[in-house]
Design a protein around this ligand. Sequence first.
Ligand code: NZQ
Ligand code: ZN
Length: 391
Amino acid sequence: MNNFRFYSPTEFVFGKDEEKNVGELLKHYGATKVLLHYGGGSIKRSGLYDRVIESMREMNIDYVEQGGVRPNPIDTDVYEGLTLCRDENVDFILAVGGGSVIDSAKAIAAGVPYEGDFWDFFDRKATVKEALPVATILTIPAAGSEGSAATVITKADEGLKRGSGSQLLRPKFSIINPELTYTLPMWHTAAGIVDMMSHIFERYISKTKDVILTDRLCESTLITIMEAARTILKEPKNYQARATLCWAGTIAHNGSLGVGREEEWTTHGLEHELSALYDMTHGAGLAIMFPAYMKYTLDEDVERYYQLATKAFGVPANHFHKKDVALEGIRRLENFFKELGMPIRLNETEAKKEDMPKLLNTLKRNMGESFGTFKTLTLKEAEKIYELAWE
Ligand code: NZQ
Ligand code: ZN
């Protein structure tokens, strides 16, 4: 196990009706003027918006609002939010929605006290030294942004989707009421499940030795997510299964499963090019790219994939045919993604083969000529992984 620091200052407020306490929590954390940030309208249709406003009014908390954040959030919405926050002297941002809304809120939070262009943080020209406090009310278990230090934004005119991060961007508090996820369409429920599992794979597929505790935590979280997912496929309003997924999505990405080990993140990089170019749902892109990445890197460490197959996907152990067992694990993962209704090949999506140079060009701008920790990959090898993902 490597040395590590683990910092997770977010207060998680979990359970039924907890969104009604948002006004009190905002007051406790010192908010006086709030930016209420949300997406394309699901929170209005579900009545959550009204409950949030009522709770803030009860506590006499002043607010302005900016809705309309779209999935795969873009820089132009961030600029709009920055101007609003500065004009209105906002001192706290409340994101109500999923990863897209939360990431947009974090980018605004970092940008408000910064004199330059907020994109400098994503261009690696500057690091966040100060930020407005952010809090969240989560409506979809997926990206894990409610507990993470990261934000992912797309620069719309260049089609560049990039991540940035700072411990200062971890939410002060995140309210997670599993009942709020009942209104999710199955597509987004499924994409969220793939995303949280992928956050675990990015940590699990590692060269670091002797990380037995986090290995076991990763494996059992994966098993638990798959069990809960299968319950939800049959019973979308099963509270316990929704609650399980909500907390699994948070711990999959708040850092606790990655402590003491080298993490990977190449597959996320490969996927971000798809969601940047085609506006593909992040989880759907991962359902395609993770099996391809796993097949391509299998020989790098068959033992690791054998362990994943036997411990998480229930493939019977066979010490004489470890590679076959490992491959069967990847097949079971693909079948699970199919069961969820996710695509598992690029030819099931709007992706076009002739776009490969575009994908590789932005990948190079984002990740450089070579990347990866579990296996160092060149752009040529990345191209092979996209090809493996094709059909
Ligand atoms: O916009 P609204 O109307 O709210 O609809 C959303 C959106 O269309 C809908 N939705 C959310 N909650 C709902 C609901 N519909 C009905 N009922 C509800 N309760 O779901 C759609 C998807 O929402 P989005 O926020 O885009 O989903 P997600 O949480 O998967 O976030 C995806 C974004 O997060 C980034 C991804 O790249 C992508 O841009 N990521 C952020 C990370 C981070 N900050 O740590 C890590 C991740 O790996 C990921 O890259
Ligand atoms: Zn992700």
